[in-house]
Design a protein around this ligand. Structure first.
Ligand code: SF4
Length: 275
């Protein structure tokens, strides 16, 4: 059962977003129980992108923007066979690299990002992948999500906010925000630090298996008693404005998902333009 707040302290943002009132202490306790249940369900959650080194994971994660892990995993074995080091990627023919990653989508922007990031690794980090978030997000095509995925293999805790984590954090009432950076901050505040990386991964698995974007399995969900969205079948009123906006845009000829630029890759280009 989702407990109601006994105190209104610290609930202003949640109230404004339309979330059920909940004190910070009750929210933290509920979050810890969610962490424990997901840990029991996915005791060995592993990064689904195939990789044999932090550098390969960096490349695979850049490729995964607006693609699927399965599609990226089809491409990377041959890719990593052919290009093994940052120098290989930096010196590769642009056209050949574009062909090699074509099926992951946005292949021109991704090729540009991979080659720029590889050059920067060579020029500034001796060809090694840096181990801090601040350094990683300076690489072209790398946003906080990609950086946190890569940091997890170094044992550095981080919350990865992908589309599943974003949706589940909102449905589970762990955040009142829609912006990934704010969601990351909210989750960091209520999830024990040692669990940050594993929790993100487990939410991603859970989002794929149970709490699907279109067909959440609320009646049989193992988090049902902890989830304020259960009574709304997974579509709570605090997420309604965004849904309404999406329907509205679709009605005006909304561009399909495949026509949009990947966020991290686009942000890297924006940085080069000095934004
Ligand atoms: S109860 Fe429904 S909305 Fe909540 S986590 Fe489970 S499937 Fe998702």
């Amino acid at each position: 059962m989702v407990k109601r707040a006994t105190s209104r302290r610290g609930t202003a943002g949640r109230d404004a977003a339309g979330l059920p009132p909940e004190s910070p202490a009750v929210l933290a306790r509920r979050a810890r129980t969610i962490v424990q249940r997901l840990a029991r369900r996915y005791p060995h959650a592993a990064i689904p992108l195939r990789h044999a080194s932090p550098f390969q994971l960096l490349i695979a994660t850049i490729l995964s923007a607006q693609s699927t892990d399965a599609q990226v995993n089809k491409v990377t074995p041959a890719l990593f066979q052919r290009y093994r080091t940052p120098a290989d990627f930096a010196g590769a023919s642009r056209e050949e690299l574009e062909r090699a990653i074509h099926s992951t989508g946005f292949f021109r922007a991704k090729t540009r990002a991979i080659q720029n990031a590889s050059r920067m690794l060579l020029e500034q980090y001796g060809g090694e992948v840096p181990r801090t978030l601040e350094e990683l997000v300076r690489l072209d095509g790398v946003g906080r999500k990609t950086a946190n995925v890569v940091l997890s293999v170094f044992g550095v805790p981080g919350i990865v906010v992908d589309t599943h984590v974003r949706r589940l954090a909102r449905r589970l009432g762990l955040t009142a925000h829609d912006d990934p950076d704010k969601i990351e901050q909210d989750l960091m505040a209520v999830i024990p630090k040692a669990e940050w990386s594993r929790f993100s991964l487990r939410l991603i698995y859970f989002g794929r298996e149970v709490c699907d974007a279109r067909r959440p399995q609320c009646p049989s969900c193992p988090l049902r008693d902890l989830c304020p969205s259960a009574r709304y079948g997974g579509f709570p009123p605090w997420m309604a404005p965004r849904r309404a906006g999406r329907i509205g845009r679709a009605g005006r000829g909304h561009r399909p998902r495949s026509a949009r630029r990947p966020r991290a890759v686009a942000s890297g280009s924006a940085r080069r333009r000095g934004r």
